[in-house]
Design a protein around this ligand. Structure first.
Ligand code: GAR
Length: 318
């Protein structure tokens, strides 16, 4: 099976050594992500030169004189223009607008040179030394609107040595950062395509529809109307095909053929289900979950008794 790598954009403001660590880690054949864009608010950032020399697309836009919201919008447009799926902040020294953070919710990581929640913000090494900490360190966390807040997904403590200065300590913490960041990024992008995670995404949407429940049918999570017909299945490595897909009802053979012709990598005819069903791959890394919600709602509607669809029709009018 050809592995589609998850497309990552890295935002930097300076040296970009963490970006370089991510980039070189991604050169390994089994790395689940690739760096497709390095973008900076500092056109002089040395990391841009390195990225360009390594054949990675770059984008630079000085923030000076721009409203924060406009600058964030331009960065967002660059990321989207490069079909980026996940964002890594490698020393991106900008406070991000809640709108930008919201657009990358759950798909943006930051690396920070302290053992969070200790020492958010700047001067982390100075604080660790001044407080006599035995260990400094680094953290990788999911970015939320709280500065250097958000769930920590990985941490590495780094011993403070006698005679350490902020500079000597920073140099060692940076070595730890370079090891940690790539591992955390790889975990995050693969977690998103794990069969369990994908099935959970379907479950959340399917069970939000009226009067539905879940059973196991032929080893597959299966969703239906309580004591009624089934409208969705999640195919998990069926007969060892290594794929995760959603099976929903459609209008028939014509629609099935049209979908498969439109996007043969995503749609297929599910074995044993006949013409009235379509399988939609969930593990391609670019699943539009809004569209999956629509497929589920449509499939539900096609089998739901009128007394239930009637309720939805009434609700839709408001
Ligand atoms: C790194 O130490 C990173 O942890 C820190 O900036 C440095 C960037 O170095 N980030 C923060 O302080 C974010 N709050 P790099 O440009 O060589 O990767």
């Amino acid at each position: 099976m050809v592995m589609r790598r998850v497309r990552v954009g890295v935002l930097i403001s300076g040296t970009g050594s963490n970006m370089a660590a991510l980039l070189y880690a991604s050169r390994a054949a089994d790395c689940p992500y690739e760096i497709v864009l390095v973008a900076s608010n500092n056109p002089q950032a040395p990391g841009l030169t390195l990225a360009a020399a390594e054949g990675v697309a770059t984008f630079a836009l000085a923030h000076k004189g721009m409203a924060r919201a406009d600058h964030d919008l331009a960065m967002d447009a660059a990321l989207r223009g490069a079909d980026v799926q996940f964002v890594a902040l490698g020393g991106y020294m900008r406070i991000l607008t809640p709108e930008f953070v919201g657009r990358w919710e759950g798909r943006m990581l930051n690396i920070h040179p302290s053992l969070l929640p200790k020492y958010p913000g700047l001067h982390t090494y100075e604080q660790a030394l001044a407080n006599g900490d035995t260990h400094a360190g680094c953290s990788v966390h999911i970015v939320t609107t709280e500065l250097d807040g958000g769930p920590v997904v990985g941490q590495t403590p780094v011993a403070v040595l006698p005679g350490d200065t902020p500079e000597t300590l920073a140099a060692r913490v940076l070595i730890a950062e370079h090891q940690l960041f790539s591992r955390c990024l790889a975990d995050l992008v693969t977690q998103g395509s794990s069969p369990e995670h994908l099935a959970a995404q379907v479950r959340e949407r399917a069970l939000a529809l009226p009067e539905t429940d879940e059973v196991v049918s032929h080893g597959m999570p299966c969703f239906g109307i309580v004591k009624g017909k089934k409208f969705a299945y999640v195919s998990l490595n069926h007969h060892g095909d290594g794929q995760t897909a959603l099976l929903v009802k459609i209008s028939g053979l014509d629609e099935q053929a049209m979908l498969i012709e439109q996007d043969p990598a995503r749609y297929y005819r599910p074995a044993y289900f006949g013409d009235g069903w379509i399988a939609i791959r969930l593990d391609l890394g670019d699943t539009d979950w809004g569209a999956i919600g629509d497929w589920l709602a449509r499939s539900w509607r096609s089998i739901a008794p009128r007394k239930l669809t009637g309720l939805i029709d009434v609700a839709d009018q408001f």
